[in-house]
Design a protein around this ligand. Sequence first.
Ligand code: ZN
Length: 105
Amino acid sequence: MKKYTCPHCGNATISPLKKAFAGTPKSKGVICPECGKHCTNGMQSAIFHCIVDLIVFICVAVSYIKLPLGKSFYTMFGFLAAGFILNRLFDALFYPLTESLRNDL
Ligand SMILES: [Zn+2]
């Protein structure tokens, strides 16, 4: 499988699975095995997460209001799970990696 290029040293060291959990520029991200520095997903990823989370929130709110309690619980859980998977999937497949914005690393 194709690996992603580390923004620090330029070597293709980050696997898509690692990238999926690298988080937004505010998170600690993943550590590059070549240079030991932190890599995260870029701002496009953060914006995409924001949109997905908003849609999930609206879906959860609507199902909470519209559906009976027994049904709404599973529906809300389904939306949350779908949003989480969608975010991880897009992180794994799209956008280049960037340097972590945190300065406490
Ligand atoms: Zn590196």
